[in-house]
Design a protein around this ligand. Structure first.
Ligand code: NDP
Length: 402
């Protein structure tokens, strides 16, 4: 089996490395490259049974990445760095002829724009080079896209309504913390909420629309409409969708802190002058708050993420819910992680298996729903993420007739 190379050794990357390290039959050598090489070295120590090769890399430097790819000749690069690195890493993979995957769409650092256009532009050149890129294979995006593809393949003739629902009901005992990279997370949440309806993208003020949603094992929680990148690819690839929305729960205490940070300008992404030094407030805030990876030992409780769907099957209306529930404690027992990093970090390792074994082999740049969801979802429970389908589910969102 060939080598793989993981770029990024943060909260999510550490989980992916943990899952790759559990499969030496498939991944006998794992190169882990990140800006801070000591984080890569710690992963080598944490998984002594695996052959992990730590490397220092600035992934913004295309030539440096190409040199590392030429040195190690991996079959696949797994990008678990930040969305800013998507384009330089795709460019390096293209020039070195290496397959690629990531878990978040590219964002220009100075504009929190969530759109796949930058990465979709690489489709033809990847196709010509005979290499494959899988975009957004975390949980959401990622498994949520696969859930929709699975429903379309096995349960519907047409899907009309999609609501993705995401609830972290866990407690970590800190007054305020994010569950993955704070800068990336707060850029997303503080954006206007956006959703698709009848072919149009509709915008509402940030966190201004909410609805009660009932989550398995958790109960009813208030969920807020936010924009999430998988909506863009799903409405493109499932044009029968009349409406597609994304909902995430936040506690009152979380929102109280977040609104205070927004009100005083601490979530700003433009540099301000502080005594002659440029300071980006959101990066400063990130330095003050806990590193998401450090929340894991104390985190307790459920996470539930799923898709609620409505459409028709054999001429009759049908509703469906596909979801995963896991506990933070399970993620900690398996990989020393909290469940959000775990749900994001397990799917890239499963996708890596499919890509290096040729189960997913299709030159070009693809979103997850364009690939066969069956082999991915079949392997997910054994990798630590169980999931369930409920047909004729009583949806939380029947506000328009079928
Ligand atoms: P972290 O900040 O914990 O880790 C990011 C890692 O990338 C760090 O090791 C960092 O290095 C490294 N890095 C950053 N910039 C560079 C660079 N220029 N060159 C090399 N390495 C770099 O982030 P998370 O682990 O929380 O998130 C990782 C990714 O996962 C993000 O893109 C996020 O959006 C995505 N994600 C996806 C989810 C999904 O379900 N689809 C859910 C959650 C997250 P250093 O330590 O030196 O800073």
């Amino acid at each position: 089996m060939p080598k793989v190379m993981v770029v990024g050794a943060g909260a999510v990357g550490a989980v992916t490395v943990c899952k790759l390290a559990q499969r030496p039959d498939l991944f006998p050598e794992i190169v882990v490259a990140s800006r801070n090489v000591t984080k890569c070295q710690k992963l080598t120590e944490k998984h002594p049974q695996a052959r992990i090769i730590p490397e220092a890399l600035n992934a913004d430097d295309v030539q440096a990445t190409i040199a590392l790819l030429q040195k190690h000749k991996p079959a696949l690069l797994l990008n678990l760095a930040l969305p800013y690195q998507d384009l330089p890493l795709m460019e390096a993979c293209l020039q070195a002829g290496v397959d690629y995957l990531d878990t978040a769409s590219y964002e220009p650092p100075d504009r929190p724009l969530y759109e796949y256009s930058y990465q979709w532009k690489y489709h033809e050149s990847f196709e010509k080079a005979g290499i494959m890129a899988v975009l957004g294979i975390g949980f959401d995006p990622g498994i949520t896209n696969a859930f929709v593809a699975y429903a379309a393949k096995h349960y519907f003739d047409e899907i009309h309504y999609l609501d993705i629902v995401d609830c972290n009901a866990g407690q970590h005992g800190r007054p305020f913390a994010t569950n993955f990279n704070l800068e990336i997370n707060l850029r997303e949440i503080t954006q206007p909420g956006r959703y698709y309806e009848n072919g149009k993208l509709i915008e509402v003020p940030p966190l201004s629309v909410s609805q009660d949603v009932k989550f398995p094992e958790i109960g009813v929680r208030k969920a807020y409409l936010i924009f999430h990148e998988e909506l863009e690819s799903l409405v493109k690839h499932f044009p029968t969708l009349r409406r597609a929305r994304f909902w995430m729960t936040f506690s009152d205490s979380y929102l109280m802190h977040l609104r205070a940070f927004m009100n005083v300008g601490l979530t700003r992404i433009d540099p301000i002058d502080y005594e002659g030094h440029p300071v980006v407030p959101i990066k400063f805030l990130q330095k003050l708050l806990p590193d998401p990876a450090t929340l894991a030992p104390d985190y307790k409780g459920w996470v539930s993420i799923g898709v609620q769907l409505r459409g028709v099957y054999q001429g009759k209306p049908r509703t469906l819910f596909i979801y995963t529930n896991i506990r933070h404690e399970w993620a900690y027992a398996d990989c020393g992680s909290q469940a959000i990093a775990y749900t994001a970090g397990v799917p890239p390792a499963v996708a890596a298996e499919l890509m290096v074994t040729g189960v997913w082999k299709k030159p070009g740049v693809w979103n997850v729903e364009q690939l066969d969801p069956d082999p991915l979802l079949e392997r997910l429970p054994a990798a630590g993420l169980p999931w369930k389908v409920v047909v004729d589910y009583p949806l939380d969102f029947i506000d328009v007739p079928e």
